[in-house]
Ligand binder design. Structure first.
Ligand code: PLP
Length: 355
């Protein structure tokens, strides 16, 4: 049976990216060797990193003065690398959920942290508005898409100080004004590639400004100066990510992705809003296009398990909600076909008709 992959991460990737990876694992770029056994400094592999950086620049319209580096350690390591490299005295953080909290907690190890606003009072079901970012902060950190709670910033905020964003789960899903940020980072495993790869887009003139010593591997400038080759980068995930970037370009780029993502989300949110048994968990204006959360209405709460098995039997994978929200979460990343969303809606309607 066809599986519809709504996994939150690691998650669905373009079939083309996976096919190209399988082929390269058999033989890589005419080298007579597998991708898994070539040197990262070989003439065959070097272009992979260069092309990935170039496609980041092209697809996200990254201005001059920025570099993209490819690292290990996940978005979670960025939670400490960001303050290590950019926090001299004070940083501002917007608390929109679990990941934002983890980022904030690490920053406290390096200086004063101002939580400008939090949506914890309503279990992170909305994005706080009307807060003030201190003008003397070194940076303002946001989590652009809250993978667990299904809320998303609808565009780039205005801030009196440069911003830093964790875009792990919505990078390449919408255009971004990169010039507002000194750092945009994320784990690849939501919308870009397999687990094991982390990207960071950093503004070069914001680097090496803090007075503290920074261990070599945790210093962004180590990696910008060495083209992500200071040590061995995650070779296989980088190769796959490059294939995803090529797929993005061949399929109309980010504006087109955004259009399709809006269509997919509208189909699913409409089905949720018109349902007699399901209800969305997020304030409508802050709903994520990437992670769509819904629960059973209280009077149908007893049917949750039954719907989970019903959906699984129809090929729906990964729709169980995160334990801190419960219910269901359908992650609709770039590579998820619109037909999968339609199949999920059909499945919800069929279930509803039975009850
Ligand atoms: C998944 C996720 C993370 C954690 O990423 P790791 O690569 O596992 O460290 C951080 N932030 C957001 C928004 C995420 O979705």
């Amino acid at each position: 049976m066809k599986k519809h992959n709504f996994n939150p991460g690691p998650s669905i990737l373009p079939q083309e990216a996976m096919d190209a990876t399988v082929a390269a694992c058999k033989e890589f770029a005419g080298s007579g060797l597998s991708l898994l056994e070539v040197s990262h400094r070989s003439k065959e592999f070097k272009p992979i990193v260069d092309q990935a950086e170039e496609l980041f620049r092209e697809l996200l319209d990254i201005p001059a003065g920025y570099k993209t580096v490819f690292l290990g350690g996940g978005a979670s390591l960025q939670f400490c690398m960001v303050p290590y490299n950019f926090l001299e005295k004070k940083a501002a953080y917007l608390n929109t959920g679990t990941w934002a909290n983890k980022a904030l907690k690490e920053a406290k190890l390096f200086g004063e942290v101002v939580e400008v606003a939090s949506s914890k009072d309503k279990n992170y079901t909305y994005i706080p508005k009307n807060f003030t970012v201190p003008a003397d902060a070194d940076y303002f950190h946001v989590t652009s898409n809250n993978t667990i709670y299904g809320t998303e910033l609808k565009g780039d905020l205005d801030s009196p100080v440069p911003m830093v964003a964790d875009m792990s789960s919505d990078i390449f899903s919408r255009p971004v004004d990169v010039s507002k940020y000194i750092c945009i980072y994320g784990g690849a495993q939501k919308n870009l590639g397999p687990a094991g790869l982390t990207f960071a887009i950093v503004k070069e003139d914001a680097l090496d400004k803090v007075t503290r010593p920074i261990p070599t591997m945790l210093k962004y400038s180590t990696h910008t100066a060495n083209g992500s080759m200071f040590n061995t980068p995650p070779v296989l995930p980088l190769f796959t990510a490059l294939q995803t970037l090529k797929w993005l370009k061949a399929n109309g780029g980010i504006k087109q992705m955004q259009k399709v993502n809006q269509e997919k989300a509208a189909i699913l949110y409409d089905a949720i809003d018109s349902s007699k048994i399901f209800v969305g968990t997020v304030t409508p204006e802050d709903r994520s296009l990437m992670n769509i959360c819904f629960v059973m209405k209280p009077e149908y709460a007893a049917l949750e398990e039954e719907f989970a098995s019903f959906a699984a039997a129809q090929g729906m994978v990964g729709i169980k909600g995160h334990r801190s929200v419960g219910g269901f979460r359908a992650s609709c990343y770039n590579a998820l076909p619109i037909d999968s969303v339609k199949a999920l809606v059909a499945c919800m309607k069929e279930f509803e008709a039975k009850h």
